[in-house]
Design a protein around this ligand. Structure first.
Ligand SMILES: C[S@@+](CC[C@H](N)C(=O)[O-])C[C@H]1O[C@@H](n2cnc3c(N)ncnc32)[C@H](O)[C@@H]1O
Length: 251
């Protein structure tokens, strides 16, 4: 019976990953990678594309070549769109698209400047996902699209439903010092990592949407008493009590 349930779980995971863009942004800090990799002008890199942000950041070290590979072609289609935008657009337009996540003139920019530079598979993908950047509808920003973006959108709706907590989180992000940030985080952690959130983050479907397969979920339960919540708590404590948020564009 367990084997049957596992097969169904893996099938659900594949349905999400074989049909959707998963990552609208990379989650790992490329600065650490660059310090470690010490790239040089004759360096050749093979890496996972994910949302392409890190590959583009590695270009700052001017390596000879970067080969980006991803089992999900939509991730490569996102990198192709970013490359076209970097080639064609002025910084203001580029920042609206990939800083804010939407552009008031998206349709003209896409059709007139970006689409002609895209390979066929990427053109086919973005032709049918125009709503990701047009700023219309409920989600308004590209960063609430893709399966991980959907989780971010629901997380935002949850925080908006708790205005006092939402205000405290904003105050923490505007903290003037790490000491103040740590003090504010101490007041917030228990309110954010509550029983409801524990139930939500421990659900397979939530993890699949952010790209975590069943095997990786099992690791969280092997390594943390509270399973996924335990892993999230450890990560958030690291981020919010060790690193100044002002220097952390990820969060
Ligand atoms: C969790 S992300 C992490 C990637 C990257 N480290 C980052 O900074 O975002 C995993 C990415 O690897 C891709 N991926 C997973 N398994 C793969 C495989 N066997 N071959 C190529 N890409 C794979 C997924 O589609 C996804 O884009």
């Amino acid at each position: 019976m367990t084997k049957k349930i596992d097969q169904i779980q893996d099938w659900v995971f594949r349905q999400i990953h074989n049909r959707h863009l998963v990552y609208n942004t990379c989650w790992e800090d490329p600065r650490c990678d660059r310090q470690m990799l010490q790239l040089e002008r004759d360096s050749e890199i093979v890496m996972i594309t994910s949302a392409g942000c890190n590959a583009l950041e590695y270009l700052l070290d001017e390596p000879a070549r970067i080969h980006c590979i991803d089992v999900n072609p939509r991730q490569n289609a996102l990198l192709e769109l970013k490359k076209a935008a970097l080639r064609q657009l002025k910084h203001n337009d580029l920042f609206l698209l990939f800083g804010k996540g939407w552009h008031p003139n998206w349709s003209e920019i896409y059709t007139g400047q970006l689409r002609p530079l895209l390979p066929d598979y990427a053109r086919a993908y973005w032709d049918s996902h125009q709503q990701y950047f047009n700023g219309q509808g409920l989600r308004k920003s590209f960063y609430y699209y893709g399966s991980s973006g959907s989780v971010a959108w629901w997380a935002r709706q949850y925080l908006k439903s708790r205005p006092k907590l939402h205000r405290q989180i904003r105050e923490m992000f505007e903290a003037g010092s790490l000491e103040e940030q740590v003090r504010l985080y101490g007041q917030i952690e228990g309110k954010v990592l509550n029983r409801l959130i524990q139930w939500v983050v421990n659900q397979h479907i939530t993890l699949y949407a952010v790209g975590v397969p069943r095997s990786q979920r099992a690791l969280f339960f092997d390594q943390h008493e509270d399973g996924v919540l335990g892993y999230i708590k450890r990560s958030m404590r690291q981020v919010f009590t060790q690193l100044p948020l002002k220097d952390n564009y990820f969060w």
